[in-house]
Each structure stands twice: as C-alpha cells, then as structure tokens.
Design a protein. Structure first.
Length: 460
C-alpha cells in the first residue's frame, strides 16, 4: 500500500474479551483489504489467552496493519464494584484513556478517523474531540440493543415496572433487560448510563448487522424522529466475514472437531457453545450432557467451566463426570478447549447451534445459514434472542429464565425439535443468502461501507 499523505488512515481501539476483539479484527481486515491504512491499538495486558493467540495470528497474517501497544495503568480492584475480569479491564482502559493522546499524535500519516469500542465512549470522546478527530463506535451487539442503549437517557424503566417501548420497535419486555442494569450501582450500569447520553457526540456508529436480519429496527433508526435525535448516523455493514487468521492450529489433536465432523452425515450435528466468557454451573453442565443424549442427535459440545481460559484447571472428565462422559463419547465430541467456531458453523454436517446469542455467534450462524436454538444467559442476549426468533434464524424458549437450571429432558426435546424443524432450516438458509447479498456488490451493507469510507476520504 502506498504511504501517500492523501491516504485514509484509521485507528481502531477495542476493549477486552473475544466478543469485542474478534469483530474489531474482522473490521481491520475488511478496511485493510479496501486500501484503508489501519492502526490497531491493542490494550496490554489482555484478559484471556484466546485474545493473545488471536492477536499473534492476526499480526502475522496482516503485517500491513500497524499494531500499537497501549499499556494500561494498574487498577486497584477494591475501587471498583465488580468481580467480572472483563468489566474490570473495561474500567482499566477507561481510567488509562488520557494516555491515548500521545499515541494518537505519534501516528503518521495523521488519522482520518478513530473507531472505538462501545465500552469506552465517555472517556475517549473528549480526547478525540480535543484533537478534532472524527470518532466512530463499533457497536458489538445488535441494532436492537443499540436502540435500547440510545433510549436509556429517556427511559424510566428503573423507576417503574413497564416494558421498554421505543418508537417503531416491538417493545422490549422487562424480562429481557440486561440483568446488571437493574443493579444501579453495578459497574456495568454505571458505564451504560454514563455513556448512553454521549452517543450523539459521535460521528457515526458501525454495526455488524444487516437489513434482512433486523429489518424493523434498521427501518426505525433511519425513519423514526425520536431515534434519529438520539443517534448519530448508523452504518450497518455486516456480516463481518470470518477470517483465515482465526484458524486454530489443532489439526493433529484428538480435540480437532473437523476430522470428526468430516465423518458425519450432512445437517446431522448440533453445535453447542455459550461463547468465550460464560462459565456454566456444574449442575447445568450435567443437565446439558443428559439433554444431548436424550436428543438423539450427533453433537459437538464446547464445555466452559471458568469465565477466563487462563483459569481453566480441571480436566473435562472431572467437570462432566466419568459415567456421562463415556456415554457422550459414543454419540458426539465434547471438548474443553478453544475451537474455531467459524470452521464448525461452516461445516456441511452442522445443521443446528445451541447458542447463548452473543452477537458475534448470532451473525456467524446467519452467515453460514445454521439454525439456532437460543438460550440467552446474560447481558444483551435476550434482546439478541428476540432478533434471532423474529428473523427466522432460530427458535427461543422464552420461559427459560436468566440463570435458571434447565433439566436434560427439556433440553433434549428442544434440541430435537430444532433439528427436525424443516421450515426453520429453510428460513436460516434464506438468511445466509441474504447475508451474502448484503455484503456483495450493491448490497445494503456494501453500500453503507462505501458511504462510510467515502465520508472518511472527504473529511481528510
Ligand atoms: N469463539 C470461538 N471459539 C470458542 C468460543 C468462542 O471461535 O471456543 C468465538 C465465536 O465464534 C465468536 C466469539 O468467540 O466470534 C464470541 O463472541 P460472542 O459475541 O458470540 O459471545 P461472547 O463470548 O462475547 O459472550
Ligand atoms: N453494551 C452497550 N453499552 C454499554 C456497554 C455494553 O450497549 O455501555 C453492550 C455491548 O454491545 C456489549 C453488551 O452490551 O457487547 C454486553 O456486554 P457484556 O459485558 O455483558 O458482554 P460482552 O460483550 O463483553 O461479552
């Protein structure tokens, strides 16, 4: 790439966790492939090993992207009301944000735009404003979640018991509000309430979604006066394409799902994973194992026992139990390691996905046309599950509440229903075609991306 002064140069700053880092790296790759010069500002240290490994692979696969380390100030955890290691890191980044100015000023050619994480709005905006640098957020959840977030300053849900009603959008039931928001002094609630009123100060929001996945909400944010007043321009530029650098080098290991998947019939396997940071309770793990056996389906199941991979100590068999493990091995593959979800969802034998509805997982399922059985467990996941259900990508058993242990019998029945649901299979495949059209030449996301980079060029 040329280093001419007229080149568009964008810096990206993610916060902690794979659910944030992965979409940032996919965006970096998309921009780099479209002749945008990219600098990735990487906060050090990372929370999980998965983040470090992904960054190392990214670095060697896209050497044209400059990586700038951002060393965080240590955070005294006793000053913060949270024990979640990822939220603590969000707070550490926020408290270190004044160190960003010299990093930004050191970059050549000067930046055309700065893309930051949703968790960093209020501390970073004053910095980019002081440098007259256009700033954009990459929102790592659904457009529906964005509309909820933007609506917070005008919402009274903490004071009353009503559902959240946002013009043009089907109401968000009280039971879908992210639970930490109902604990007013939680760190999560503090960040949310502090940041939501600053959204309008941004030059734009980029989002890994597309028109056919969230038609109602995307129409509302563009058409409804109330939402337009709360939000800057929104660029729906998804799905972000899963990338080669995400490939995990485990081909020679017994845990390698690909080898096993190659031997299974088409559309016969259900993939079960609750993302990168959700530890399942021991009794729920056993019920899931029981449910998988009862479903009669083949499966790949990723067991997670601790929120942070560095702390995973116990062997799989200790966590699942010897007897159950013996039965499970006859029918499927159970692992307790990081897998390449992209390769699993893209495999012809995988037809269904039991998912917590972390937004990246939802969009990946849409990209590969894999139907979802939604099982939201925390945060934005019920709001995302609603998108899954309404779009025809999946089904959602709403009566399973936050954190309630669901028994194996019910789990098995729901999985069997999802795998046998032919109309769901067709609608998920239709969404895959729509996803590919959206990013293809002239598609809605492609046009939004052109509009965005065009604006960056003009602002130079
Ligand atoms: N993921 C993966 N392998 C795993 C677990 C997760 O590749 O073993 C990826 C998954 O494909 C997704 C991201 O990690 O891109 C998790 O993000 P998501 O928003 O789905 O959920 P979160 O982990 O933030 O709860
Ligand atoms: N979020 C938001 N506003 C905020 C903070 C978070 O809309 O001020 C969204 C964001 O998309 C995030 C989601 O809420 O991904 C859930 O956050 P959480 O920390 O629970 O999970 P993570 O995304 O880290 O897996």
């Amino acid at each position: 790439m040329s280093t001419s002064e007229s080149e568009v140069h964008v810096a990206l700053l993610s916060s902690a966790g794979m659910g944030h880092l992965t979409p940032f790296l996919r965006l970096a790759a998309l921009l780099a492939h479209n002749n945008v010069r990219v600098t990735l500002i990487v906060t050090r240290p990372t929370v999980s090993l998965a983040e470090s490994h992904l960054l190392a692979r990214f670095r060697s696969s896209l050497p044209q992207v400059k990586i700038l380390d951002f060393h965080l100030l240590p955070l005294d955890p006793s000053t913060v009301n949270s024990s979640d290691p990822f939220w603590l890191r969000f707070e550490a980044i926020r408290r270190s944000s004044h160190l960003l100015s010299p990093l930004i000023l050191s970059l050549q050619p000067p930046l055309s735009a700065f893309v930051l994480d949703i968790m960093l709005i209020s501390p970073v905006i004053p910095i980019t404003r002081a440098l007259s640098l256009p700033s954009f957020v990459l929102f790592t959840s659904s457009v529906k979640m964005l509309s909820f977030f933007s609506h917070l300053p005008t919402s009274s849900f903490l004071a009353d018991d009503d559902d959240v009603c946002i013009p043009g959008i089907s109401p968000i039931p009280r039971s879908s509000i992210p639970p930490p928001l109902l604990v007013p002094d939680s760190l999560f609630a503090k960040i949310f309430f502090q940041d939501s009123s600053h959204l309008k100060k941004l030059d734009g929001v980029l989002i890994n979604s597309f028109k056919e996945l969230e038609p109602e909400t995307i129409d509302a944010i563009n058409g409804e006066e109330t939402l337009r007043k709360l939000l800057p321009p929104v660029f729906d530029i998804g799905p972000f394409m899963p990338c080669e650098f995400e490939k995990v080098d485990n081909e020679n290991s017994a845990d390698c799902p690909l080898k096993w998947l190659d031997e299974q019939p088409e559309d016969s396997v259900v993939y079960v994973s609750f993302g990168s940071r959700t530890a399942m309770k021991r009794d729920q793990i056993r019920e899931i194992g029981d449910g998988l056996m009862r479903s009669g389906c083949r499966f790949v199941w990723v067991v997670k026992d601790k929120p942070v991979d560095r702390e995973e100590e116990e062997e799989l068999e200790e966590v699942v139990g010897h007897e159950l493990m013996v039965k499970l091995k006859k029918k499927g593959l159970v692992v307790k390691t990081w897998v390449d979800q992209r390769e699993i969802l893209g495999h012809r034998s995988v037809g269904g996905f039991v998912s917590h509805c972390g937004w990246n997982s939802v969009v990946e399922a849409a990209w590969y046309g894999v139907r979802i059985m939604a099982w939201p467990l925390n945060g934005d996941q019920r709001i995302n599950a609603d998108v899954v259900e309404k779009s025809g990508l999946g089904v959602w058993e709403k009566k399973w509440g936050w954190g309630q242990v669901v028994n194996g019998e019910e789990i098995g029945e729901r999985i069997r229903e999802m795998m046998n649901n032919e109309s769901l299979k067709k609608s998920a495949q239709k969404l895959r075609d729509a996803a590919r059209e959206a990013v293809g030449d002239g598609g809605t996301s492609h046009v939004a991306f052109q509009r965005l980079t065009g604006e960056w060029k003009k602002k130079k």
